[in-house]
Write a protein that binds this ligand. Structure first.
Ligand SMILES: [Zn+2]
Ligand SMILES: [Zn+2]
Length: 343
């Protein structure tokens, strides 16, 4: 998900530099200060470069681990320990990855300052929804020296908001306290910022870059700040002509997630419309919900195991095949006419 236009793309690692390229592997924005290359001689970001090196270390570590386990097993057997003692080296095999993981993560961020890894971590969290990235983000923000944080706070906030909005359902109840604590801002000030400074970015993101459960976050923000106008603007943006005039197919492709939100939180949207006297908007939302084509329903047990996108692809393929068969039939019928013409 990119926010071109909303956030001017600066380098994710050198926050105040404008980016000149995107990492060939993870697509993070990088600048001229980042001069790492992969095997194909494409430019990559420092984290991806570190990951390459870490892979080599990991391989060595694995070989070392196997060697230790084999030697330990041989020694135990040679010393005539009962065979059940072999669980000791096996236990080592199971525990080692957990012990090694924090060290591996350290390798990924080697040579980078805390302020250089916060935006990449937020982006990884935004895309993957993996809470591990979020806790690492919090830890690193905490480690940024006061003076540096003041300089970078604005940009960090701008990236934090979409990341949080997209993954609101994955955060625990303490998220607001934690975030305002690490960013060293007052919780009320933070809430106020959401509906003032970041109002536009939030509404635009929630409508044009919608993701599952984002409306929950929008309802939450409006409720906490007692800002009905915020909800009104959100709903009006959903009802804009730009969206309504799209064809059914475009609507269900570009605004698939938005439609799904409207469908899932239908009652809540109508309640809000009733409460705020938005009767026209209510009608428009009803119309959008009607135009929503829900994801395909599995026809058998094998299909039930497929992820929704794959199932959708399968349906499209099936449709295409039907089209092709029909086209072939048409062609067969047309051939004699063409021959006649040529003669
Ligand atoms: Zn990268
Ligand atoms: Zn850079």
């Amino acid at each position: 998900m990119s926010f071109d236009g909303e956030i001017k793309e600066n380098c994710a690692f050198h926050i105040h530099n404008e980016s000149t390229e995107k990492c060939a592997e993870c697509k993070l924005a990088i600048c001229d200060l980042d001069q790492d290359y992969n095997m194909k001689q494409e430019r990559i970001c420092p984290i991806c470069a570190n990951r390459y090196n870490a892979k080599k270390t990991l391989r060595l570590f694995n070989y070392g681990l196997y060697a230790i386990i084999i030697v330990a097993s041989v020694v135990l057997l040679a010393l005539r320990f009962p065979i059940s003692y072999l669980f000791i080296p096996l236990l080592l095999l199971m525990v080692a990855p957990y012990v090694f993981r924090p060290y591996l993560l350290k390798l990924y961020f080697k040579g980078l300052e805390p302020q250089q890894v916060v935006i990449p971590l937020l982006k990884y969290f935004e895309i993957s929804g993996n809470p591990q990235y979020y806790s690492l983000f919090l830890k690193n923000v905490r480690d940024i020296p006061e003076e540096e944080l003041t300089k970078h706070k604005e940009i960090i906030m701008k990236h934090t908001i979409p990341a949080i909005a997209f993954n609101f359902s994955k955060l625990d109840d303490k998220w607001e306290n934690e975030l305002s604590e690490v960013l060293r801002i007052d919780k009320n000030e933070f809430r106020k910022d959401l509906t003032t400074k970041y109002r536009k970015i939030l509404i635009q993101t929630a409508v044009h870059g919608s993701q599952p459960n984002i409306s929950k976050f929008m309802f939450f923000v409006a409720e906490e700040t007692k800002d009905d106008d915020f909800l009104k603007e959100y709903i009006q943006e959903i009802c804009s002509d730009e969206i309504a005039k799209l064809s059914d197919k475009e609507l269900n492709t570009i605004y698939k997630d938005l439609l799904e939100e409207l469908y899932l939180f239908e009652e809540q949207f109508y309640e809000i419309c009733d409460r705020l006297n938005l009767s026209k908007e209510k009608e428009k939302i009803q119309n959008l919900v009607k135009r929503f084509v829900p994801p395909p329903v599995p026809k058998n047990q094998i299909e039930a195991l497929l992820p929704p996108e794959q199932l959708e692809q399968k349906r499209q393929m099936e449709e295409k095949q039907i089209d092709m068969i029909e086209e072939e039939e048409v062609q067969i019928e047309e051939v004699p006419f063409e021959e006649e013409k040529e003669e």
